[in-house]
Design a protein around this ligand. Structure first.
Ligand code: NAD
Ligand code: MG
Length: 286
């Protein structure tokens, strides 16, 4: 994989795939499914684009039907649905704000009813606003991080739990920043660390029910979140994404998808409360 990214910005969050140069790769054309998720039903928040779309397409190629929740990016969501259906699987699209507990309750019920059950939940919808100084973070920006990145994971998981049975898998998208910190992302890093605590505690609570709970902690990945969060502050930072990793590049979403397949499938049947670090070689103590 090699990727040259010109400086760029998107002025609205969530960002969209169509404005990214170059376009991201969500699944390697040569990725061969082997039925690891045949007949499974998955719900992915933020599944319209980026890492969530990668998880959705890999799940579909492995035989799962997939429902995705997204905020408002209808074009991206429809493209993801088209790609899921091209794998011969069912796609369900649900638009709305995971900061609302009532929306989360309704969205989970719709997903379960349209899919006919639920086996895999991926909490992945997130926001990230850059602030170089703590005193620049307004109450509203701080609260939005908490509402989407923490409360959203809780509301969706609480609503999903009654539908999950023995063998089910819950996966959270956290971040390298939960382990390494990020001086320009204090609010975001706080939420990503909370997601780790949520994952570890819930894994212990659900182990007896044979429901596994794990996390993926991506390093820098080429998704709409990058130009939409760093772009307005520093378009050059977008061009330099990942150059400070040992591999000296950012990841493509297609390099994350297989980690979600591993954690969703019986391949990881003895793994719970753990984190997969897909980050270009950064060694972190977690
Ligand atoms: P992305 O913009 O493609 O995905 C984020 C998605 O979250 C959006 O598609 C959007 O629909 C959804 N979303 C945002 N606010 C929402 C809300 N209020 N209600 C419902 N949905 C909402 O970007 P991505 O990078 O693929 O982000 C996915 C996850 O990966 C996030 O949790 C992010 O923190 C995490 N992450 C990303 C990177 C990276 O480098 N891209 C690194 C580490 C972690
Ligand atoms: Mg999106």
């Amino acid at each position: 994989m090699s990727l040259t990214i010109p400086p760029q910005s998107q002025d609205h969050q969530p960002g969209v795939e169509g404005k990214m140069t170059p376009p991201a790769i969500h699944i390697r054309p040569g990725y061969k499914g082997s039925g690891k998720l045949t007949g499974k039903k998955a719900l992915i928040t933020g599944g319209d684009s980026g890492i969530g779309r990668a998880a959705a397409l890999h799940f579909a190629r492995e035989g799962a039907d997939v429902a995705i929740i997204y905020l408002e990016e209808h074009e991206d969501a429809q493209e993801t649905a088209r790609l899921i259906e091209a794998e011969g699987r069912k796609a369900v699209l649900i638009a709305g704000d995971v900061a609302s507990s009532s929306f989360c309750n309704e969205a989970v019920e719709k997903a379960v009813s349209d899919l006919g059950g639920l086996d895999i939940l991926v909490n992945n919808a997130g926001v990230q606003y850059v602030s170089l100084d703590l005193t620049d973070i307004t109450d509203e920006v701080w609260q939005r991080h908490m509402d989407v990145n923490i409360n959203g994971y809780f509301y969706i998981t609480r609503a999903a739990l009654k539908h999950l049975n023995s063998g089910a898998s819950i996966i959270s998208t956290s971040s390298i920043n939960a382990f390494a910190g990020n001086k320009s992302l204090v609010a975001y890093t706080t939420t990503k660390s909370a997601e780790m605590g949520f994952t570890r505690a819930l894994a212990l609570q659900l182990a007896g029910k044979k429901i596994r709970v794990n996390a993926v902690a991506p390093g820098p990945v080429w998704t709409p979140l990058q130009p939409a969060s760093w772009g307005p502050v520093d378009p050059e930072a977008v061009a330099n994404l990942g150059k400070d990793t040992p591999m000296e590049r950012c990841g493509e979403p297609c390099e994350l998808g297989p980690a979600y397949v591993y954690l969703a499938s019986d391949d990881s049947s003895y793994v719970t409360g753990q984190t997969l670090h897909v980050n270009g070689g950064m060694i972190i103590n977690g």
